[in-house]
Design a protein. Structure first.
Length: 293
């Protein structure tokens, strides 16, 4: 299948806009339906959303799985069902006011791998439905713990009640939940006041295109090659004969390259798909950007 556009666009999502509207805006600009994103952002959050166009939509999982960076602020001494300002805020009558030293000490326990309870107001599936839909109906939820990885948790500012954090974490980590659980460890509560996603994998906020700037005229210059979105995957350049065989759906020998999944390039350096190793050891091009898969 041929697409008029293929690649990724790191978009700077503004506050108050849903992830769906970001994708729709790019789809209108491209005049295409084959558009998706590699990780949502809550409407109240801002920052980097990686939007995939054309064949790049086949790489969504590989982009989404990369490390993400955030800057967030929380207000201590208060809580809400959604852990942010989406739902009514309840202030504690006599909240504890932990010192900076206590906050630093408590934060240390959250670094590394840990089990995290997702937020009730989230897109996690519960009995086939989104958790936030059930939460809005007042349904009590028991969401299973999820293993996440927090590589970096830095307190950038703390002036009661406002706590500012920089976070580097694995995909699927709830930043609201970090503030919620950190506050509980300190004997108080917290709601997230603001959230900025400053990076997704190699894409930095400084390089993201403001959503308002994306239209049919700017799309081509905003589009980045798909290969830029997957720097963590190994690469292999196919010679002309191997490329012709792979594009037709043929199997390549096990010793063609090393690894279970390898980015396949043509002699000009263009990404033609992903070589996946089968149980037999042979390799098949899937997704196949030059063919049907």
């Amino acid at each position: 299948m041929r697409f008029p556009f293929t690649g990724v666009i790191p978009v700077d999502k503004p506050r108050g806009v849903t992830s769906r509207k970001v994708v729709d805006a790019v789809a209108r600009a491209a005049g295409m339906k084959t558009v998706g994103h590699a990780g949502t952002l809550d409407p109240l959050a801002t920052g980097v959303m990686v939007v995939c166009v054309g064949h790049a939509t086949k790489l969504v999982d590989h982009i989404h799985s990369q490390t993400k960076h955030y800057s967030a602020t929380f207000l201590l001494g208060r809580s809400s069902p959604s852990d942010d300002f989406e739902t009514p805020i309840e202030e504690e009558a006599a909240p504890l006011r932990p010192s900076r030293e206590l906050v630093e000490s408590a934060a240390a326990a959250f670094r590394g791998e840990c089990l995290q309870r997702p937020c009730d107001y989230s897109a996690v599936h519960v009995e086939g439905k989104r958790a936030y839909r059930l939460a809005r109906k007042g349904r009590p939820l028991e969401l299973p713990l999820k293993r996440v990885r927090i590589d970096q948790l830095v307190i950038t500012d703390y002036q009661w009640p406002r706590l500012a954090l920089d976070v580097e974490c694995s995909a699927g980590t709830f930043i609201r939940a970090i503030g919620r659980d950190l506050a509980v460890a300190l004997g108080t509560r917290a709601v997230m006041e603001s959230l900025i996603r400053t990076a997704v994998g190699p894409f930095q906020l400084a390089d993201a295109v403001p959503l308002a700037h994306i239209d049919a005229h700017s799309l081509r210059s905003a589009l980045r090659p798909s290969i830029e979105a997957t720097p963590h995957l190994p690469r292999y350049t196919l010679d002309d004969d191997s490329l012709a065989l792979a594009v037709r759906g043929g199997l390549l020998p096990a010793d063609t390259c090393v690894g279970p999944e390898v980015l396949a390039l043509d002699s000009g350096g263009d990404l033609v798909g992903l070589l996946r190793r089968l149980e037999s050891g042979a390799l098949r091009l899937r997704p196949n950007f030059r063919g049907e898969g």
